[in-house]
Design a binder for this molecule. Structure first.
Ligand SMILES: *Cc1c(COP(=O)(O)O)cnc(C)c1O
Length: 217
């Protein structure tokens, strides 16, 4: 538990996988956590965070970034097109690009704003109805579509089904990325980030193992 423990475990997992130190970036997922906990992790020197809701991030990150100007936040949750402009101004990366309409909106706004966050295509590797993400069978065509829009596509993201072996999903995501020439792999959470690193994760998204359980009450 805690930031240093997770950083050590990441370093160990990188080493075991024969990977360069620092090749798996830690996104500290701060959603729902009280500001004091987030502030403590900022004070410890960590600068990369993840949020899953635009509104929640907009309510807390501008103030943190006034005090910690080099802090960056990635959007790891679903994005509605009508919040895309706000998201592009708040986040340095968006991990949830999952449909043509959103890609088109992002491309239009990128032209208008003259900048675009790094993008990841979310793949619904478990083909779960309730989950966001493009289906694996449609991923190659969608990746091409995003590239044809001249968007800065960095990689792929997945959230494995809770009741399945995550490594199967990490392997599938890595395979889709490889055949499409993408380096970025956003995968792995508190319970499985070491496995994700073994399968090539470049971004692990860890929340409760750093900050403690989320209190939704
Ligand atoms: C909340 C969340 C996480 C972090 O989950 P933990 O189990 O707390 O590490 C990672 N990825 C996404 C997309 C999330 O919404």
């Amino acid at each position: 538990m805690g930031l240093n423990d997770i950083k050590e475990r990441i370093a160990k997992a990188e080493k075991q996988a024969g990977r360069a130190p620092g090749s798996a970036q830690l996104i500290a997922v701060s959603k729902v956590q009280p500001n004091e906990r987030v502030e403590a992790v900022l004070e410890e020197g960590h600068r990369l965070f993840g949020e899953n809701k635009v509104q929640e991030a907009a309510g807390k990150w501008p103030a943190f970034q006034e005090r910690f100007p080099d802090a960056k936040v990635h959007l790891i949750g679903p994005l509605q097109s009508n919040k895309a402009r706000q998201a592009m101004q708040l986040f340095s990366a968006i991990h949830s690009v999952d449909r043509p309409k959103l890609a088109t909106t992002l491309a239009r706004l990128a032209q208008e704003l003259g900048a675009c966050p790094d993008l990841f295509v979310q793949v619904n590797t478990g083909e779960e109805e309730q989950k966001a993400g493009i289906l694996p069978a449609e991923a190659d065509a969608f990746i091409k579509e995003v590239r044809d829009l001249d968007l800065p596509l960095k990689g792929l993201m997945c959230i494995p089904p809770v009741d399945e072996t995550p490594s199967l999903h990490f392997a599938l995501l890595a395979k889709i990325a490889e055949r499409n020439g993408l380096d970025g792999l956003s995968m792995g959470m508190s319970s499985d980030f070491e496995q994700a690193i073994a399968f090539g994760a470049t971004h692990v998204r860890v929340g409760s193992a750093i900050f403690g359980e989320r209190d939704y009450g």
